[in-house]
Design a protein around this ligand. Sequence first.
Ligand code: ATP
Ligand code: MN
Length: 149
Amino acid sequence: MEISHILVPTDFSPFSDLAVQKAMSLAKIFQARVTVLHVLTLSEVNVLTSQPGNPWENVVLQIQNDMLEEVRRVTDASLELAQVSFEVVAGEPVEEITRFAEESKVDLIIMGTHGRTGLASVLLGSVTVGVIKKTCVPVMVVKCGEALK
Ligand code: ATP
Ligand code: MN
């Protein structure tokens, strides 16, 4: 198995931070590139773009910036930033994550067991379950880290 492109879907939760951290450190070992992806649901898009002076292009730039900050927050060096791309798409998270993984020939998806809801009593969040069910791409789920015990 070759790992040259890692996808890390983020919802900016502490679990996602951890997934981004693992993606960056694996990417370093395998010299892989990383795509950080955030999916906005259509209702989120409507709320965000209905604010005056906030067209879709601005929303994308803002979220790309948030993703860059997330990467910086969890990795020490600015290393390999050139190897990281930031994608923002609108739609249903499971659909869009799976579609991106297949279309962009991703070798590995890394995501949190949970996300923003973070209900510990639930084994896995619905987005993670949905992606695991739908995709043939290997999925690595992460749960524990320094910030998350
Ligand atoms: P639920 O959403 O089912 O109430 P949850 O929020 O705890 O529960 P998930 O949403 O499944 O759990 O989140 C698990 C992982 O899925 C996150 O750590 C992140 O990697 C990914 N993820 C969740 N939502 C998105 C999103 N909108 N865009 C990209 N990745 C996402
Ligand atoms: Mn969620």
